[in-house]
Design a protein around this ligand. Structure first.
Ligand SMILES: [Zn+2]
Length: 182
């Protein structure tokens, strides 16, 4: 894992842009960003995601090539970037556990989305910037599906109502984009 600034992340996104769009368009898709938590510990990073964000908001990349195809979101990995918050160990739908998403992590994720969306020409909407919870609902392994691989990443987080996690993250990302963070 390599710690990066938003400026460095912007450069990596620029380098990967053509390749990401080529992959996505080969499947008749737009490039997409998928938002996760790891369900692990603070400081515990996974190479399944291109980008890991620690509890203090610091940003790490697992590869210098953001067009690498990684295994983060079932059937959605081609032409997509996986971004994870290192948190949510032992979280359940009533209690986010001893290591919940921090404010710094949420704000950093919104900034990362703002930068990537700006460089990759993406509208920040639910079609293109989706939590794993939202993808899982569409693909049949969301909350209530009974699927043993049920996912509900970022369905909610501290201070945000259940079901609103994706909307809040996209709202913040659009705000940062409009502020010129990217
Ligand atoms: Zn996930």
């Amino acid at each position: 894992m390599q710690k990066v600034t938003l400026a460095q992340l912007k450069q990596l996104a620029l380098q990967a842009k053509n390749s990401l769009w080529g992959q996505a368009q080969s499947l008749d898709r737009d490039v997409k960003l998928y938002l996760h938590w790891t369900a692990g510990h603070y400081g515990q990073f996974f190479s399944d995601y291109h980008i890991n964000i620690d509890h203090d908001g610091s940003v790490y990349v697992s590869t210098n090539n953001l067009a690498d195809i990684k295994s983060h979101t079932w059937r959605r990995n081609t032409g997509a970037i996986g971004i994870a918050l290192a948190c949510a160990y032992q979280a359940n739908t009533n209690n986010l556990g001893p290591e919940p998403p921090t404010t710094q992590q949420i704000e950093a994720m919104a900034q990362v989305v703002a930068v990537l969306a700006e460089v990759l020409d993406l509208t920040i909407d639910q079609q293109r910037v989706m939590t794993h919870h939202e993808a899982a609902v569409i693909d049949g392994y969301g909350l209530g599906s009974g699927d043993p691989e049920t996912r509900w990443d970022l369905w909610f987080f501290p201070g945000v109502a259940k079901g609103e996690g994706g909307n809040v993250l996209r709202g913040k990302a659009n705000w940062y984009r409009n502020q010129g963070v990217a």
